[in-house]
Design a protein around this ligand. Structure first.
Ligand SMILES: [Zn+2]
Length: 106
């Protein structure tokens, strides 16, 4: 009897752990799909201040604020895109955020 209870407790723990892991993976996937997370979803900016504001608003899944690891320009299909690399010091997560600079005010 005690053995069965023990087995049930272990099974419940394993299932709970699996569900937790799946929820975490889902949250991570969702966070990789928002605006700016791909060249196709590049965020149109009018000024570079817009870009700074957008980057400042972003938080890592762990709750920490991202720090800016680098910036560069990338030509994607003839469209000049600004790419910001974000890095989380807390959990080593990193992101690239794409901005469409063709809408910049000259
Ligand atoms: Zn983090």
């Amino acid at each position: 009897m005690i053995t069965i209870l023990f087995v049930l407790v272990v099974v419940a723990a394993v299932v709970a752990m699996g569900l937790k892991r799946r929820a975490k993976a889902q949250a991570r996937r969702a966070s990789l799909q928002g605006p700016g997370m791909s060249p196709e979803g590049a965020i149109a900016i009018r000024t570079f201040a817009d870009m700074d504001d957008e980057l400042r608003r972003r938080h890592c899944l762990c709750g920490a604020r991202f720090s800016l690891a680098g910036e560069g320009t990338r030509d994607v299909g003839g469209r000049p895109l600004r790419v910001a690399r974000l890095y989380c010091d807390e959990c080593d997560e990193s992101r690239e955020v794409f901005f469409d600079t063709s809408t910049l005010l000259q």
